[in-house]
Design a protein around this ligand. Sequence first.
Ligand code: G3I
Length: 328
Amino acid sequence: AHLHKEAQKAGLMYFGAATDTPGQRERAGKEEAYPRYDRILADNKMFGQTTPTNGQKWLFTEPEQGLFNYTEGDITTDLAREQGKILRCHALVWHSQLAPWVEEATWTAENLTAAITSHVEHVAGHWKGQCYAWDVVNEALEEDGSWRESVFYKVLGDEYIKLAFRLAAEIDPDAKLYYNDYNIERPGPKVDGVIRLVKMLQDEGIRIDGVGMQAHFTASEAPTLDEQIAAIESYAETGVEVALTELDVRIPVPYTDEDLAQQKEDYTNAVGACVQVPACIGVTLWDFYDPFSWVPDFFPGEGAALLWFDDFKKHPAYHGVMYALRNG
Ligand code: G3I
């Protein structure tokens, strides 16, 4: 049984996995694993969708002002096209993995508006027509639902969000435009902040089509099935669609059988919530193979967050995901 195939039977548009370019994966070593990795990724019954984990970010696409480079991003977007996978594009305006020049400059509102405009015009223009969806703005909110004090916010206030969505709508009219963030998978102040952001755009007549729940979870601290259903439904009430855009569930390493069982439950709930609410259209894993996960680099002592172990055996959680796809 295969994830994407089963997801489609369950009424989802896709089940996918983000992937990094070979150049970026090098930091994990494991070159001997590439052929097997590539075969699993290429299997469209398994993964009908992909997202470049890094290559479309500002740091890679405009490393110096006005100098555009699509090499890294194209590796994954070409692969999506060649393999006939749905492509999610990630991310146009984000405070992290920004090119240093954006953070170092002293901006006037006018100059920063021009810089964002040029960035979105070039990057969204380059991939025009290829992206099912764009994460137009990523992680603009603090945990309490207030605006994050990014370089963009400090100079432009919430106008930068409106600007980015307005531009993306103009440049790539066929792409679904998403707001994407983490810790927005259970009701609370940050979810309220997302809804405020959606309504702010709608009130101004600016198009927003979706909310991406990143869904980076820690086993046993993940939201319950009911919490996730409630969060998805609250977004859906504003008229947008929802996707799980970066799903992973990290556990302590070395892990025990109990950790793996907990992880299985958490994956089952996440995918089950998406299956149960019609507004949730798809699920993306943030890569699928543990050695290529971002987790160990960022959370020492944690890892094994994906569905394939180092030796390519499947996690028990894989069967939890299957169960959720078959039974909701
Ligand atoms: O590009 C350099 C490379 O030149 C250098 O040799 C290497 C040495 O470590 O580092 C490379 O940069 C890495 C970069 O990914 C590109 O591969 C950074 O060290 C690494 O910190 C960076 O991590 C990425 C992270 O975003 C940055 O915040 C992860 O791969 C990526 O999976 C992760 O993805 C984010 C989403 O975009 C947004 N949501 C959260 C999610 C997890 O942080």
